[in-house]
Design a protein around this ligand. Structure first.
Ligand code: ADP
Ligand code: MG
Length: 697
C-alpha cells in the first residue's frame, strides 16, 4: 500500500461520505433522519439506498452481498449471495433491491437459541441496522443486521445493545433537560475496547490438538523463563510481529476502524491493540472485525492469533478493557468534569448514577463477563478479581466523602461550600493516579471496565452497563422532576446516593487477600465462577430491570442464560475429551517409550560394566513408572466424570458438575503429566513445549 493513510482510510465503508456521494440530497436527508430517530426505513428510500450501495460496491469489484450478523456464538455470521440475476436475453443482470437490503431470511436452525426456536420453526430473519455502516470485506458487501426469530425474539448480541442505547439516551435527556440543556436531542454511549492477544508460530500450533480444538494449552510445564523479567512489555517488536501489525492496521483502516496503538504486552508473545473510541454499536462491529482480521492476517504471516482468555498457564491471560463513556450528540462528554459549578454538579450526578448502578447491579456486571475461558482469568493474580468494585482516585473520592459526611474536603474547600451545589470546587481534570488492579476504574473522563475476556463480544457488557445506568438516571429524573428547589434537591440526591453506594468504591490493591476479606465485610458479592454468577441473570431483579426497559424480555433472558451455561458445559466437555485423547495417544506412549529407552540403555551399560550404579536410569524409570500409573488412573477418572456429566439434568446442575468434578479431574491429570514432562528427554516429549510455543516468533 503506497497511498497515504488519509486517502484510503474508510475506503471499504459505505459511511457518511459515500452516502453523500452516491445518494441524492433528498434520500440522504431522509436516511439520516431515519437513523437519527431510530425509525423503520421506508421501502422507497431503501430501494434507492440499495441501488447506491450496489453501484458503490460494484465499482470496487464486489460480486456478492451478505447480511452480517452477530448470533449468540459470539462470532459473526454471514451467508453470501451474488448480485446476479438472469435477464430475458440470457445475459446476467446485477440486482440488489431495497427489500434485500432491509430483510434477510437465513436458515437459523443451527444457531444457539437457548430453546427459543425449535428446529421445525427454523426460520429467523435479519434486519438492517442503518445506524451501523455497511462495508466491504473480501469482495462482499456486508450489511450489519440484527437477528431475530420469526416470532420476534432476539437471537443475537447486537439488538439488546441497540435497545439499551435508546434507553440510556432517553433517560439521560431527561436529566439534561433539568439542567436546561434542551438543545441536546440525543445522547450516545461511546466505547473504546483495548484488545489483548497472543501470536504464536503456526507450525507449532498445528502440532497441538489442545490449541486447535480448545484455543488453549491443556498440558505443559512452565518454561524456565516466563514473564518475571518484565522484558516483553512495550519491548521492541520482532519483525514478523511488526509486519503483521502493519498489515492489520492497513486492513482495519480501510474498514474505517481507528486502530491507534499496538504494543507488546506483559507475557511473552502477548500483544495489544487499542482503537480510538467510537459509538457503542460501531465499536461492537469494529471489535468483531478486528478479531476476525487478527486471525486472518496472522495466518498470512505463518502465525496464529490466540484470542482465548488463558492460552498458557503461569503467564498472564488476555482480557479486553472496555473504556466507556456517555456524550451528547454534539460530542460533549458527560463524564468530563466541567469548567463551572453547574457543569460540575451535572458531572457529579452522572458520576453517582454510575456508582449506584455498579453497586446495585454488581452481579449483572459479573454475569456479563462470565465464560469458561474467563473463569481462568478473573481472580487470578493478573486480572481483576471476581469482586466488582470501583476506583475513583483519591481526589474524587475525597470530594464525594466530604459531601456525604459534611466534613471539610482535603482539597481545602469548606464543606459548607461543597454542599451548596452551585459552589462545588473545581474537580481534577486529569487523574494521573492509575490503579491497574481495579475492575472498574474512573480514568479522568471515562470508565474502564476491565473484567472482559479477550474473546468476548463487547456487546453484552455494554448493554448491561447502559441499562443499569439508565435505570439510575431514570430514578433520578423521577425524583428531581417532582422538586421545586432543583439545586437543593440535586445536592441532597448526590449526597444520599453516594452515602448509600460508597461501599463499592475501593482505591486500594484489588489483588490483595485483605481486599477479599474487606469486600466480604462490605457485603459485596464474590461470584468466583460462571456457575456462581449466572443465577443472578434470571433473578427477579434482573428480569424486572431488562423487561422494564424492553432491552430483553423474560423469555429472552432465560434463553441467554441457557446459552451461556450450555456453552460453558460444551467448552469444558471438549477440553476434557481433548485432554484424554492427548494423554492416551500422545503422552502415555511417549513416557513409556522414554522409560523403555532408559531401561534398555541401562541394561546395555550393565552388560558392559556390571559394577555401575545407574541411579539416574533407575530413579527416573521408577519415578516415571509411578507417574504413568497415576496418570492412567487419573485419566480414567476424568473419563468417568465426563460420562457422568452427560446425564440429563437441569443446565445449572450440569454446569455445576463440570465445575466441581470435571475441572478438578482435569487439573489432576495436568499436574501429573506436567511433572512427567520435566523428567523426560526433550525429543521424547511428543508436542511443542511451553518454551517453544512462547518464544516461537
Ligand atoms: P490507557 O492509558 O488505558 O492505555 P487511553 O487513555 O489512551 O488508555 O485510552 C484507552 C482507550 O480508551 C482508547 O481506546 C481510547 O480511545 C478510549 N477512550 C478515550 N476516551 C473515551 C471515551 N470518552 N469513551 C470511550 N472510550 C474512550
Ligand atoms: Mg487500559
Amino acid at each position: 500500500m503506497t497511498e497515504r493513510v488519509d486517502q484510503y482510510f474508510g475506503c471499504s465503508v459505505f459511511g457518511d461520505r459515500m452516502m453523500r456521494e452516491y445518494l441524492n440530497k433528498e434520500t440522504y436527508r431522509e436516511l439520516k433522519q431515519t437513523i437519527r430517530e431510530g425509525k423503520e426505513l421506508d421501502i422507497s428510500i431503501a430501494n434507492q439506498v440499495a441501488h447506491a450501495m450496489k453501484e458503490w460496491a460494484l465499482s470496487k469489484g464486489v460480486t456478492h452481498f451478505t447480511h452480517w450478523f452477530q448470533p449468540m456464538t459470539g462470532i459473526t455470521a454471514e451467508k453470501h449471495e451474488s448480485f446476479i440475476s438472469p435477464a430475458k436475453d440470457g445475459s446476467a443482470l446485477l440486482e440488489f433491491s431495497g427489500k434485500e437490503l432491509i430483510k434477510g431470511e437465513p436458515d437459523a436452525s443451527s444457531f444457539p437459541s437457548g430453546g427459543l426456536r425449535a428446529t421445525f420453526e427454523a426460520r429467523g430473519y435479519t434486519a438492517w441496522d442503518p445506524s451501523s455502516y455497511a462495508f466491504i470485506k473480501e469482495n462482499t458487501l456486508c450489511i450489519p443486521t440484527a437477528f431475530c426469530s420469526y416470532s420476534g425474539e432476539v437471537l443475537d448480541k447486537k439488538t439488546p445493545l441497540l435497545r439499551s442505547m435508546e434507553v440510556i439516551s432517553t433517560q439521560a435527556l431527561r436529566i439534561l433537560k433539568l439542567f436546561g440543556k434542551t438543545e441536546v436531542k440525543r445522547v450516545v454511549t461511546t466505547v473504546g475496547p483495548e484488545q489483548e492477544y497472543f501470536l504464536i508460530d503456526k507450525s507449532l500450533y498445528l502440532k497441538r490438538k489442545d490449541l486447535i480444538h480448545t484455543g488453549r494449552t491443556l498440558l505443559g510445564a512452565r518454561p524456565p523463563k516466563g514473564q518475571e523479567l518484565e522484558d516483553h512489555y512495550f519491548g521492541n517488536l520482532k519483525s514478523r510481529v511488526s509486519s503483521f501489525m502493519r498489515e492489520l492496521d492497513e486492513e482495519l483502516w480501510k474498514l474505517g476502524i481507528l486502530a491507534k496503538t499496538e504494543h507488546n504486552e506483559v507475557a511473552p508473545s502477548q500483544h495489544e491493540l487499542a482503537p480510538i473510541f467510537t459509538t457503542s454499536n460501531l465499536a461492537v462491529d469494529h471489535n468483531q472485525l478486528t478479531m476476525e482480521m487478527m486471525k486472518k492476517i496472522a495466518d498470512k504471516h505463518g502465525l496464529v492469533c490466540l484470542l482465548h482468555e488463558k492460552p498458557f498457564a503461569g503467564v498472564n491471560g488476555s482480557g479486553k478493557h472496555n473504556n466507556w463513556s456517555i456524550s451528547t450528540d454534539a460530542g460533549v462528554n458527560l463524564l468530563e468534569p466541567g469548567d463551572n459549578p453547574k457543569d460540575n454538579a451535572q458531572f457529579l450526578l452522572f458520576l453517582v448514577a454510575v456508582i449506584a448502578a455498579v453497586d446495585e447491579y454488581q452481579d449483572l456486571l459479573r454475569v456479563s463477563v462470565a465464560s469458561a475461558g474467563n473463569d481462568h482469568r478473573l481472580g487470578a493474580n493478573e486480572a481483576p478479581p471476581a469482586i466488582v468494585s470501583m476506583f475513583l482516585g483519591e481526589e474524587l473520592t475525597n470530594i464525594l466523602d466530604s459531601l456525604a459526611d459534611g466534613t471539610d474536603c482535603p482539597c481545602k474547600a469548606p464543606s459548607s461550600m461543597l454542599l451548596g451545589v452551585n459552589l462545588l470546587p473545581p474537580l481534577p481534570k486529569d487523574s494521573t493516579d492509575r490503579n491497574r488492579t481495579s475492575p472498574f476504574a474512573f480514568t479522568g473522563n471515562k470508565f474502564e471496565f476491565r473484567m472482559l475476556g479477550s474473546s468476548f463480544s463487547v456487546s453484552g457488557p455494554n448493554f448491561v452497563l447502559n441499562t443499569i445506568i439508565a435505570d439510575k438516571l431514570s430514578q433520578f429524573a423521577d425524583s428531581l422532576e417532582m422538586e421545586n428547589d432543583f439545586s437543593c434537591a440535586l445536592s441532597k440526591l448526590v449526597k444520599e446516593t453516594y452515602q448509600k453506594h460508597r461501599r463499592i468504591v475501593f482505591n486500594g490493591n484489588n489483588y490483595a487477600q485483605a481486599w477479599v476479606e474487606e469486600a466480604h465485610r462490605r457485603g459485596l458479592s464474590n461470584l468466583k465462577s460462571t456457575v456462581d454468577a449466572l443465577p443472578a441473570f434470571i433473578s427477579k431483579k434482573s428480569i424486572d430491570l431488562f423487561s422494564k426497559f424492553n432491552v430483553l424480555s423474560e423469555t429472552e433472558i432465560h434463553s441467554r442464560y441457557e446459552i451461556v451455561l450450555e456453552n460453558y458445559c460444551k467448552t469444558i466437555n471438549i477440553e476434557a475429551l481433548t485432554m484424554t485423547d492427548m494423554i492416551r495417544k500422545q503422552i502415555l506412549p511417549a513416557i513409556s517409550a522414554f522409560s523403555g529407552e532408559l531401561a534398555r540403555s541401562a541394561q546395555d551399560k550393565l552388560a558392559l560394566v556390571p559394577a555401575l550404579s545407574l541411579s539416574y536410569e533407575k530413579n527416573t524409570v521408577t519415578e516415571l513408572s509411578r507417574l504413568t500409573d497415576s496418570l492412567a488412573s487419573a485419566v480414567a477418572e476424568l473419563e468417568r466424570k465426563v460420562v457422568d456429566a452427560r446425564m440429563p439434568g437441569e443446565v445449572l446442575q450440569v454446569s455445576r458438575y463440570y465445575h466441581d468434578q470435571v475441572l478438578p479431574a482435569m487439573a489432576e491429570v495436568r499436574s501429573i503429566s506436567d511433572t512427567a514432562e520435566l523428567l523426560m528427554g526433550e525429543q521424547y516429549y511428543p508436542i511443542p513445549t511451553y518454551e517453544h510455543l512462547l518464544y516461537s516468533v
